[in-house]
Design a binder for this molecule. Structure first.
Ligand code: MG
Length: 270
């Protein structure tokens, strides 16, 4: 059993690293959205900020221009590498983000690749291989964010991709928000491939509307069953690092919710 260590996922264009450091964490995941202009100078500035905050960035996340999480059909149409019309531009952007990640010393790159299950995914499969290889050349793992397909579908896809540095960023809340399975059963199935974990919570979509996404909640107020999830993390041969993720709230609420989540995790980790 490895000790749990809690960190925070924060986004370069939405959150301040000073706010993250003030929460008392030592590890983080850094998100890079589409509005961020990447350059060697930008990476150098982040290296200084990270050192000044005494923070270790374990993963760099990418989100892409045109992604829309309004409901499940919109996600399937717009997110990741599934939409053909944005695939080339997003591939090019991905390589810039990987270069940035390598430049700031992060050991892993992650993103939503999109809903692979309902589409047939040959082009996505080849693209995921190219991204994994690009990550490998830079010394990084490539972590797929969970949720838009069931755990067995994700495992089958990863078997087909067949790249040793391909892993999973497991998000228990996404399994609930997308209605893709019990998060703890999913984690137990995927655990050998999991390289990072989000501490996020949410409630299932209403049964009356099969197109709706569930709603995110503050950690501990949703349907993840956090004590059981933390027990599953402890029971698995997992590094123990988990990153609080909180979306859709303003700065003050973000700081408050992330702080409460870190306290909750500290209690559960005992
Ligand atoms: Mg997540």
């Amino acid at each position: 059993m490895k000790p749990l260590e809690a960190g925070v996922l924060f986004w370069a264009e939405r959150h301040a690293i000073e706010d993250v450091a003030a929460l008392g964490v030592r590890i983080a995941q850094l998100g890079i959205g589409p509005a961020v202009a990447l350059s060697p100078e930008y990476a150098a500035a982040w290296r200084e900020r990270i050192a000044a905050a005494d923070l270790a960035v374990r993963t760099v996340f990418a989100a892409y221009e045109g992604e829309d999480y309004a409901d499940i059909p919109t996600v399937q149409r717009t997110v990741g590498f599934v939409p053909p019309e944005t695939r080339d531009a997003r591939e090019a952007r991905t390589y810039e983000v990987i270069d940035f990640a390598a430049n700031i010393g992060a050991p892993s790159f992650a993103c939503h690749i999109g809903a692979i299950a309902p589409h047939g995914h040959d082009a996505v499969l080849h693209l995921v291989r190219r991204i994994a290889d690009r990550c490998a050349a830079a010394g990084l793992s490539f972590a797929l964010e969970t949720g838009q397909e069931t755990a067995p579908e994700l495992l089958r896809f990863m078997d087909e991709v067949a790249r040793p540095n391909l892993g999973i960023n497991f998000d228990p809340a996404n399994m609930i928000l997308y209605g893709t399975g019990d998060p703890i059963e999913a984690f137990e199935l995927l655990a050998p491939q999991v390289v990072s974990v989000h501490a996020k919570d949410g409630v299932y979509p209403p049964k009356s509307n099969p197109e709706a996404l569930g709603a995110e909640t503050p950690l501990g107020q949703g349907e993840v069953d956090l004590p059981r999830f933390v027990s599953a993390l402890k029971a698995a041969d997992y590094s123990g690092q988990l990153f609080v993720e909180r979306e859709g709230v303003d700065r003050d609420q973000w700081i408050a919710d992330v702080g409460t989540a870190l306290n909750t995790l500290a209690r559960l980790a005992l």
